[in-house]
Design a protein around this ligand. Structure first.
Ligand code: S3P
Length: 426
C-alpha cells in the first residue's frame, strides 16, 4: 500500500510504545528453551517477533496472548521437537541469525527460510563460528545466504573474535555455547547491544563480562521468567526525531527502553543540541523510563565508528535529522547498513536527495550537509524496508507539500501502529 503523508506544524503529546523488538525476540527465544512458563508483558505483536513465536510453535512450544502480554510454555534447553516443515521467518534477520544457536543443540535437522529480502542477507558471519563449534550448518545454495539447514548435535565450546560488532552474531554463538561443555567466549571489535547477556543471566545462565568480551558456561538450567518489555527506543526514535526538527514540538515517550547499549541516538541528538530530558523509572535487567523532547535548533555532529552499533537502527532517522541540522554531519563506519533489511545507505540517500537534501556516501561513511527550511515535495520509496519507510514519513512531516511513500506495508515488521501514533501526535 502507498501512503500520502501531509506536512504538519509540530508534534505534541504523550505516548506509550509497543515493546522493544530485540527484547521481545529474546523473551520468545529464551522462554522457549527454559523450563516452566515465561510471561512477556508488553510483548511486541509485530511480524518479526510473531515469526519467532511461530517457529517455536512449530517446534512444540505453545504461546498464548492476553492483550499485550504473552505466556510461553518453555520445553527446556533440549526439549524442542523436530519441525514438520521448513521454518519460514518472513523478514526477520534477528530470528534467522540467532535461532541457529539454539538449533545447534537440538537432536534434529531444521531448515530456516524467509522472504526475498531475508534470503539476500549474509549468513557467513554465523555459519563460520558455528562450524568452528562443530555444528553441521550450511546455506542451501552454498552461497552464504538463507535458506539455512542446521543438523543439531554435539557442540564444542569456542573462544571467538567477531569481525563486525553484531549482537545477532554474538547472541547466536552464546546460545550455541549453552549446549557445549566448558566456556564459550565472544569478543567484539566494539560493544553491540547486550540484551542477550542481561536476559540470559536473569533466566539462569552464568554470564561473565569483561570489556568487549562476554562468556558463559554450558548446560545451565534456565527457568521461565516474568518480564516487562520496555517500549522500543528504535520506534521512539522516529517521534523523538520528528519533535527535534519541527518547531514548537513537545513529545513525551513513556516507559521507553534505556539500555546503555541502545541509547546512542539520544546521546548523539544531545550533542546536536536537542532538548531531551530522560527520567529513569526502573534500573533492573532492562532499564526504562520517560523521554521528553522539545524542539531546539540543531547543529551537525561527527559520529565515530565505535558508536555505530549503539545506534545502528536509528541511522535512517538520523540522516533525516542531520539534513535539517546546521553544518556537515559525518557518520563514520556505517557499512553494516548495507546489509540490513535493504541497503539503507542507498535507500536513504536516494530518498533524501529527491527531497533536496545534500547527502552522499563515501565508502563506509555517510555525509550530510544540513539545510534550512522545509524538504521538497517528492515521490518516495520504502524499498520494502520498515525503517526507511518510517524515517521518510517523518521527513514528509517537514516537507513543503504532501508526499507519497510507495509500499509502506513493510512497517508491520516492527511497528504496525506507527501511523496511528503519528496521527495522534500530529
Ligand atoms: C538486533 C541487532 C542489530 C539490529 C537488529 C536487531 C538484535 O543487528 O540491527 O535490528 O536484536 O540483536 P546486528 O547485531 O546484526 O547489527
Amino acid at each position: 500500500m502507498d501512503k500520502i503523508v501531509k506536512p504538519i506544524d509540530r508534534l505534541r503529546g504523550e505516548i506509550d510504545l509497543p515493546g522493544d523488538k530485540s527484547i521481545s525476540h529474546r523473551v520468545a527465544l529464551f522462554g522457549g528453551i527454559s523450563l516452566g512458563a515465561t510471561k512477556g508483558k508488553n510483548f511486541l505483536k509485530a511480524d518479526d517477533c510473531l515469526r519467532t513465536l511461530s517457529a517455536f510453535k512449530e517446534m512444540g512450544v505453545d504461546a498464548a496472548f492476553d492483550g499485550k502480554n504473552v505466556t510461553i510454555e518453555g520445553r527446556g534447553l533440549k526439549g524442542l521437537k523436530k519441525p514438520g516443515k521448513e521454518l519460514y521467518l518472513g523478514n526477520s534477520g534477528t530470528t534467522m541469525r540467532i535461532l541457529p544457536g539454539i538449533l545447534a543443540g537440538q537432536d534434529f535437522e531444521a531448515t530456516l527460510t524467509g522472504d526475498d529480502s531475508l534470503t539476500k542477507r549474509p549468513m557467513g558471519r554465523i555459519i563460520e563460528p558455528l562450524r568452528k563449534m562443530g555444528v553441521d550448518i550450511k546455506s542451501k545454495g552454498n552461497d552464504g545466504f538463507p535458506p539455512l539447514v542446521i543438523r543439531g548435535g554435539r557442540v564444542t565450546a569456542l573462544e571467538y573474535e567477531t569481525k563486525v560488532a553484531s549482537a545477532q552474531v554474538k547472541s547466536c554463538i552464546l546460545l550455541a555455547g549453552l549446549y557445549a561443555d566448558g566456556k564459550t567466549m565472544v569478543t567484539e571489535p566494539f560493544l553491540s547491544r547486550d540484551h542477550t547477556e542481561r536476559m540470559l543471566d536473569l533466566f539462569g545462565a552464568k554470564i561473565f563480562r569483561k570489556g568487549l568480551s562476554v562468556s558463559l558456561g554450558g548446560s545451565p538450567s534456565l527457568k521461565g521468567q516474568e518480564f516487562f518489555v520496555p517500549g522500543d527506543i528504535s520506534s521512539a526514535a522516529f517521534f523523538i526525531g520528528g519533535a527535534a526538527i519541527l518547531e514548537g514540538s513537545d513529545v513525551l515517550v513513556r516507559d521507553a527502553g534505556l539500555n546503555p547499549t541502545r541509547i546512542g541516538f539520544i546521546n548523539v541528538l544531545r550533542r546536536m543540541g536537542a532538548d531531551i530530558t530522560v527520567t529513569v523509572k526502573n534500573e533492573t535487567v532492562e532499564p526504562y523510563g520517560d523521554i521528553r523532547v522539545r524542539f531546539a535548533p540543531l547543529k551537525a555532529v561527527v559520529i565515530e565508528k565505535g558508536e555505530i552499533p549503539l545506534l545502528i537502527d536509528e541511522i535512517p532517522i538520523l540522516a533525516v535529522i542531520a539534513s535539517r541540522a546546521r553544518g556537515k554531519t559525518v557518520i563514520k563506519g556505517a557499512g553494516e547498513l548495507r546489509v540490513k533489511e535493504t541497503d539503507r545507505i542507498f535507500s536513504m540517500t536516494e530518498n533524501l536527495r529527491l527531497m533536496g537534501s545534500k547527502i552522499s556516501s563515501e565508502k563506509e561513511n555517510l555525509i550530510i550537509t544540513g539545510g534550512r527550511g522545509r524538504f521538497e515535495k517528492a515521490a518516495l520509496k520504502s524499498f520494502g524496508d520498515h525503517r526507511t519507510a518510517m524515517s521518510m514519513a517523518i521527513a514528509c512531516l517537514f516537507a513543503k507539500a504532501a508526499c507519497k511513500i510507495e509500499d509502506t506495508d513493510c512497517i508491520t515488521t516492527s511497528f504496525p501502529a506507527f501511523f496511528e501514533v503519528l496521527d495522534y501526535l500530529g
